[in-house]
Design a protein around this ligand. Structure first.
Ligand code: ADP
Length: 449
C-alpha cells in the first residue's frame, strides 16, 4: 500500500480524499494556491506545498508545479479528485512517466472516453445501448440533413469535445438544423478548440440515471447501483438520489449487468460512472466519467462501501475484494449540493462565512471544507458543501433531509439552502415524478426563494 499520497485538488473533495487516506494509514500532501493557504485540506494534511497564484490554470492545473511538489515530498501516488486534472489523459500519463501512481484509470481509457464520438463508438462495441444519431462526427450539412430524416426531429447537435452542456443545440426542423450546426460548431471551437459535432435524437423528458462502477482491471468489476441526477439547471446537477424512484429491481439489475460486463470487456480499472438518459423504460448511454463523481456519497450511503478507499486500493494493485453478491443495497440517500450562489439567479456569492452550524444526527453526513470565519475565494467552483442524508426508505430520508436543512446555518454568503427547502416540499419531487427539465421549470415558477 502507498505510504504517502498527494491530493491534486481543493475544497471538500480534497478533504474527502484526505479522510480516506488517513483511515488507511496513508500520509497526505496537500497542494494549494496562494488563495487557499488557510483552507481546511491544507490544515489537515500532513504536509502542504503552495503551487501557484489563485487562478486555476496557474495552480490546480499547473502540471509542472504539481509534479515538482510530488517529487519534493516523495509521494508514491497522486489523486486528482474531480474537475481540474481528473480527466486529463496527458496529466495521467505524465504522473506515471515521473514514477508516481495515478489514482484513476489508464491514460488511454481517459482519452477515449473524453472524446464523446469515440466514447459512443466504444459503447456500441461494448454492448451498451446509445442514443440513436449520426455514426461519428458530421462534417457536411447535407449529411446532417440525411441523418435527421432517418432519426427524426427534434434533433440535438452536440460537440465531440463537449462538457458542461456547451456546444449543445436543439433543432426542430431542417432550417433550424443548419443554424444549430453553425452555432454548435463555433461554440465548440471557442470552448474546446475542436469544432467536431455529432447528432443525437432529442429525448423529450428523460431522467438522467448513472451507474457507479468499481473495476480492478484484473478481471473483476461490480456496480454500486444507480444515482438519479435528473434535477439539473443548465446541465449542472443540484440534488441527487439513490436509488432512483423511476427504476425497479429488474431494471436496476439489467443495466447494472450491462455496465459491469462492458467494463470487464473494456479492461477498465478504477472507479467510473456510466451516464444514461432513461425514457419509456429504455436506457441510452450519453457519456462515461473516468473519475470520482461529486455525488458518490449517496452510493456509499446505500452500500456502505467507501469508494475512494476502493479507488486507492485498486491503484495500489489490489484486486477488488468485493463480488456483486457482497453488495447489499440498504435504504435511500439524497445529496443536496450547497453552493455559494444566489438561489434564484445562481450568480456566485463569494465572501466570508460569518457563522456556521452543521446539521448532525443519525443518517446525516456533511462533506464540506468551510468553517466559521472562512473566506470563500472567488476563483473556483461555488460548491461549498454537500449534505448527504440516509434513511431506511425514501420517506424517512425526505423527513430527515427536511430537518437537516432546517438545522443548517451558513451566514455571510447566499447559498442554495433555501432552494433545497422549496424543492423538497414540491409535490412532484415528493412523488419522485420529475425529468431533466423539471428543475428549470420549477425555478422559473417559484417566487423569490
Ligand atoms: P456534457 O458533457 O456537455 O455535460 P452530456 O452528454 O453529459 O453533455 O449531456 C448533458 C445533459 O444534456 C444531460 O444530462 C441531459 O440533461 C442533456 N442531454 C444530453 N443528451 C441529450 C439527448 N439526446 N436528449 C435530451 N437531452 C440530452
Amino acid at each position: 500500500m502507498f505510504e504517502k499520497v498527494l491530493i491534486a485538488n481543493r475544497g471538500e473533495i480534497a478533504l474527502r480524499i484526505h479522510r480516506a487516506c488517513r483511515e488507511m494509514g496513508i500520509q497526505t500532501v496537500a497542494v494549494h494556491s496562494t488563495a487557499d493557504a488557510d483552507a481546511m485540506h491544507v490544515r489537515l494534511a500532513d504536509e502542504s506545498v503552495c503551487i501557484g497564484p489563485p487562478p486555476g490554470r496557474d495552480s490546480y492545473l499547473n502540471i509542472p508545479a504539481i509534479l515538482s511538489a510530488a517529487t519534493i515530498t516523495g509521494v508514491d501516488a497522486i489523486h486528482p479528485g474531480v474537475g481540474f486534472l481528473s480527466e486529463n489523459a496527458d496529466f495521467a500519463a505524465m504522473v506515471e512517466e515521473h514514477g508516481f501512481v495515478f489514482i484513476g484509470p489508464s491514460p488511454e481509457h481517459i482519452r477515449l472516453m473524453g472524446d464523446k464520438v469515440a466514447a459512443k463508438e466504444a459503447a456500441v462495441s461494448l454492448g451498451i445501448p446509445v442514443v440513436p444519431g449520426s455514426d461519428g462526427a458530421i462534417t457536411e450539412d447535407e449529411e446532417a440533413l440525411q441523418v435527421a430524416e432517418s432519426v427524426g426531429f427534434p434533433i440535438l447537435v452536440k460537440a465531440a469535445a463537449g462538457g458542461g452542456g456547451r456546444g449543445m443545440k436543439v433543432a426542430g426542423d431542417r432550417d433550424g438544423l443548419i443554424q444549430a450546426l453553425g452555432m454548435a460548431r463555433s461554440e465548440a471551437k471557442a470552448a474546446f478548440g475542436n469544432d467536431a459535432v455529432y447528432l443525437e435524437r432529442y429525448l423529450g423528458g428523460p431522467r438522467h440515471i448513472e451507474i457507479q462502477i468499481l473495476a480492478d482491471g484484473q478481471g473483476n468489476a461490480v456496480h454500486l447501483g444507480e444515482r438519479d441526477c435528473s434535477l439539473q439547471r443548465r446541465h449542472q446537477k443540484l440534488l441527487e438520489e439513490a436509488p432512483s424512484p423511476a427504476l425497479n429491481e429488474s431494471a436496476r439489475e439489467g443495466i447494472g449487468k450491462v455496465a459491469t460486463d462492458a467494463m470487464l470487456k473494456f479492461g477498465y480499472r478504477s472507479a467510473g460512472t456510466l451516464e444514461f438518459l432513461y425514457e419509456n423504460g429504455e436506457f441510452f448511454f450519453i457519456e462515461m466519467n473516468t473519475r470520482l463523481q461529486v455525488e458518490h456519497p449517496i452510493s456509499e450511503a446505500i452500500t456502505g462501501i467507501d469508494i475512494v478507499r476502493e479507488q486507492i486500493r485498486i491503484a495500489a494493485g489490489s484486486t477488488l475484494a468485493l463480488s456483486q453478491e457482497d453488495i447489499a443495497f440498504s435504504g435511500h440517500a439524497i445529496e443536496c449540493r450547497i453552493n455559494a450562489e444566489d438561489p434564484k439567479t445562481f450568480m456566485p456569492s463569494p465572501g466570508t462565512i460569518t457563522s456556521h452550524h452543521v446539521p448532525g444526527g443519525l443518517g446525516v453526513r456533511v462533506d464540506s471544507a468551510i468553517y466559521g470565519g472562512y473566506r470563500i475565494p472567488p476563483y473556483y467552483d461555488s460548491l461549498i458543501a454537500k449534505l448527504i442524508v440516509h434513511g431506511r426508505n425514501r420517506n424517512e430520508c425526505l423527513m430527515r433531509l427536511r430537518r437537516a436543512l432546517e438545522e443548517y446555518v451558513v451566514d455571510g454568503v447566499k447559498t442554495t439552502i433555501p432552494l433545497h427547502h422549496e424543492l423538497i416540499g414540491a409535490n412532484d419531487f415528493i412523488n419522485g415524478d420529475y425529468d431533466i427539465h423539471w428543475l428549470e421549470r420549477f425555478v422559473d415558477q417559484t417566487p423569490e426563494a
